[in-house]
Ligand binder design. Structure first.
Ligand code: A2P
Length: 332
């Protein structure tokens, strides 16, 4: 039986709900759980399995009651409350971008760099990566281990749940308006998302988006600082599950059979072999699933140190709540 007291900050949000779902799957019947959100949701109840919990207002929550705090409430909330939680003796695992670039804070995907937790002094703040980065580095690890990656180019197709519950509502509302021939007024994204493909994130001065820059920086911090990665990140009208088209150049020649065997050995990674004549997709193979799925693994047509493939994963699970729970597992 699990014997730590946990709080989910941002329990009413898209990731918060998945945290609750996973906690019920992993530790059924656990009563030592607190749910926290903003004033807007305080007093509302949510179920973890059969157990009912009342959401508390973060401003009134006493972090000294809990051992672990999972934060999924955005960067501003993390900036203000995560240090308070640590000062009360709590280990914080934060899903926002707030602490990922801090050199003194680990950024962890357990299958890849759990070693970075080794000398980390607790209690403290551990950062969870951006959702696309989490699934990407799990897929890159076996290639890097065998053939040493030099360069990665990624195109992402990211679902609206990556923007939280507002993103989900925006897609559903716009789809309804479109089908009923009503006017569409974008609120959450800079352009219409229903029946469209738009950049993911805000475009910066260098013409990359902040999502693209996060992917590059975070891959260096988690997997290897010398990997050169450029990305084009897009938001697509998909509710759950991110897809990535990945192109990798390695130092050594790639042996596809060796790589397939290595992928099969890796925890949390599933492979769709060429003889399956199918490819993993967000709806069937990512949504509600824990593993990262890789498919369409094929050598470049021109160079044998280049490989192309497709990766899908549940952005709310491996990209957020599941990864955080796996970090906790490593710590314990
Ligand atoms: P609330 O529902 O009360 O606004 P999502 O990523 O799906 O948008 O969810 C964000 C989560 O973060 C929600 O649970 C939301 O609570 C919570 N949240 C947002 N702002 C704050 C805040 N200032 N203090 C505490 N929780 C917040």
């Amino acid at each position: 039986m699990f014997n730590k007291k946990l709080v989910i900050v941002g329990a009413s949000g898209a990731v918060g709900r998945v945290f609750i779902e996973l906690l019920d799957e992993m530790y059924p019947g656990n009563k030592d759980l607190f749910l926290v959100a903003s004033k807007r949701s305080a007093g509302r109840s949510m179920f973890c399995g059969k157990q009912e919990f009342i959401i508390q207002d973060i401003e009134e929550f006493d972090f000294s009651q809990v051992d672990i705090a999972f934060f999924s409430a955005g960067a501003e909330t993390a900036e203000k409350y995560a240090p308070i939680a640590v000062s009360k003796g709590c280990i914080v695992i934060d899903n926002s971008s707030q602490f990922r670039t801090d050199l003194d804070k680990p950024l962890i995907v357990p299958e890849v760099n759990s070693k970075d937790l080794k000398n980390f002094k607790l209690p403290g703040i551990i950062a969870n990566p951006n959702c696309s980065t989490a699934q990407l580095v799990v897929a890159l690890k076996p290639i890097h281990d065998l053939f040493k990656i030099e360069r990665v180019d990624v195109a992402s197709y990211q679902s609206v749940s990556g923007t939280g519950k507002e993103g989900i509502d925006e897609l559903l509302e716009q789809t309804e308006s479109f089908l009923n021939k009503k006017e569409i007024k974008p609120r959450v994204y800079g352009a219409q998302i229903a029946f469209n493909v738009i950049p993911a994130g805000d475009i910066l001065e260098n013409n990359y988006t902040n999502e693209e820059m996060k992917m590059s920086f975070e891959t260096n911090k988690i997997l290897d600082k010398d990997i050169k990665l450029s990305a084009t990140c897009s938001r697509v009208p998909v509710l759950f599950g991110h897809s990535l088209a990945v192109h990798v150049e390695t130092k050594k020649e790639i042996d596809l059979n060796l790589l397939r065997d290595e992928i099969k050995k890796q925890k949390g990674l599933d492979i769709f072999d060429s003889q399956d004549f199918t490819s993993p997709n967000a709806v069937d193979h990512a949504e509600g699933k824990n593993p990262v799925s890789v498919g369409r693994l094929r050598l470049d047509l021109w160079k044998n140190n280049r490989i192309n493939f497709w990766v899908v994963a549940d952005n709310l699970r491996k990209g957020a709540a599941l990864n955080s729970l796996q970090i906790l597992d490593e710590l314990l």
